[in-house]
Design a protein around this ligand. Structure first.
Ligand code: ARG
Length: 475
């Protein structure tokens, strides 16, 4: 059948606002479709990156001779004007904008500022490589705040450790009193994981810093734009190697979600320790008024809400990671609209950690560690290992020593007295080596701490080395 040589009449969209793809449609989207499809309320956070990416793209088109120098200059000044306008936008302005997403918004405003030349900006570019570029730029910037937040919490832990090298407290395994440690050693045990979180973040950013722009919708760009110059002007480390991959690669989003989930889990574990240690039963720490809340009913209450929220947010972070991996797993190659959900996932994770990190750092910095309560919780049974170690130093095989001290522990339990209060005869009964032993010195928690001087242990020298190791990258 021959084609009838007429063009269809252009129907106005059902929902007003700029649309990039009206040409082949007889009608605009239904309001229900528009509500689902529109991402501006979420991706408005990318507007600065969208303007920056557009500026770089206009320059690249100019340099390649795809548009003439005057057009490139007009696009540039138009984008500057758009930037100034958006900078002044209030929440009400954003709420009033009916554009589909941040990309269509910026292009519409560019049209208002620069006139018809705005229609040339999208030459050789697709929203697929555009959004991937904007989002990476945003994440690279946001990561700086995350890094600073992790660093500040580490610094708060190290500061408290420096003040509590002499505070003796129980260390727990299975939440049962195990062995004495210095409070500094416990505090630093929460600073080391954050060091790994920062290292993981740096490593992930290496892969985030890859430029997708110039990949087009999927097959690549048919115009001779210099992608290396483009990468340099936008501050990326490298350019993507395959356009099909580049528009769909969100590995980096999943990686950042993991890095943030892991950090969230670390904060949650620290929070759990503090919640526990702030109870009347433990009483090792007192959280400051500024990071506690009261009860609307019970006047005596002093609740560790900040720590509970830190623990709770970790669950949300893990949820974002699990949800996003589920989103990715069945996608066919190339861009699919499912990927639009990436922004809300990553934004939510950054927001959650952005709220939690400063509150946890503030809690740690302002809390008081009660050295008396900590020391009082160290009972002499916690030195049972040291008693066994005494026998080993005398050549008794460890298994035998363990059995001998076990009998003493049982006897003390039976008599309802501390291990250290057992009469010497009982010690000598389980091993003759105890005949001339300085039992008092054996039950000295500080001596026990000092003895653990192998690197990584709780001795004061080891703790100093830990502080130096952690401080070096923080300074
Ligand atoms: N708003 C979209 C997103 O965030 C932009 C990309 C749209 N691409 C498309 N082919 N419809 O993913």
């Amino acid at each position: 059948m021959p084609c009838t040589p007429t063009l269809p009449a252009q129907t106005p969209p059902a929902v007003p606002g700029a649309r990039m793809w009206g040409g082949r449609f007889a009608s605009g989207p239904a309001p229900e479709m528009d509500r689902l499809n529109r991402s501006l309320p979420v991706d408005r956070r990318l507007w600065r990156q969208d303007v920056a990416g557009s500026r770089a793209w206009a320059a690249a088109l100019g340099a390649a001779g795809v548009i003439d120098p005057t057009e490139a200059a007009d696009l540039r000044s138009g984008l500057d004007a758009v930037e100034q306008r958006l900078d002044a936008w209030t929440d009400a302005d954003w709420a009033a904008a009916e554009d589909e997403d941040v990309h269509t918004l910026v292009e519409r405003l560019l049209g208002e500022e620069a006139g018809p030349v705005a229609g040339k900006l999208h030459t050789g570019r697709s929203r697929n490589d555009q959004v991937a570029t904007d989002f990476r730029l945003w994440a690279l910037e946001a990561a700086k705040g995350l890094e600073a937040g992790l660093r500040d919490l580490q610094a708060a832990l190290v500061e408290q450790a420096q003040a509590h090298g002499d505070t003796v407290m129980p260390a727990y395994t299975h939440l049962q009193r195990a062995q004495p440690v210095s409070a500094a050693h416990w505090l630093l045990s929460h600073a080391y994981p954050l060091e790994r979180d920062r290292a993981r973040l740096t490593d992930a950013l290496h892969r985030v810093s890859v430029l997708p722009l110039g990949s087009g919708a999927i097959a690549g760009c048919p115009f001779p734009v210099d992608r290396v110059l483009l990468k340099e002007s936008l501050g990326f480390r490298a350019i993507s190697g395959n356009s099909v991959d580049a528009v769909a690669d969100r590995d980096w989003v999943a990686e950042l979600l993991f890095v943030m989930s892991m950090a969230g889990v670390h904060l949650s574990r620290l929070a759990e320790d503090l919640i526990l240690f702030a109870t009347s039963e433990f009483g090792f720490v007192r959280l400051s008024d500024r990071f506690s809340t009261g009860s609307s009913l019970m006047p005596q209450k002093r609740n560790p809400d900040a720590m509970e929220l830190a623990r709770g947010k970790a669950g949300r972070l893990i949820g974002e990671l699990a949800g996003f991996l589920a989103l990715l797993k069945g996608l066919p190659s190339g861009y699919n609209k499912d990927l639009q959900e990436d922004k809300s996932a990553l934004f939510a994770a950054f927001d959650a950690l952005g709220d939690v990190l400063p509150a946890v750092a503030g809690t740690v910095r302002s809390m008081e560690i009660d050295a008396g309560r900590c020391a009082a919780a160290v009972d002499s049974a916690m030195l049972a290992t040291d008693v066994a170690d005494f026998l080993e130093r005398r050549g008794v095989p460890f298994r035998e020593a363990h059995g001998a001290v076990g009998k003493l522990v049982r006897a003390a339990e039976g008599m309802g007295c501390p291990l250290s209060a057992l009469p010497r005869e009982l010690f000598v009964q389980v091993s003759a080596e105890f005949a001339d032993a300085d039992l008092e010195a054996m039950f000295d928690a500080r001596a026990s701490i000092e003895a653990r001087a192998a690197a990584g242990g709780t001795s004061p020298a080891s703790v100093q080395a830990q502080i130096a190791e952690l401080n070096a990258p923080l300074l």
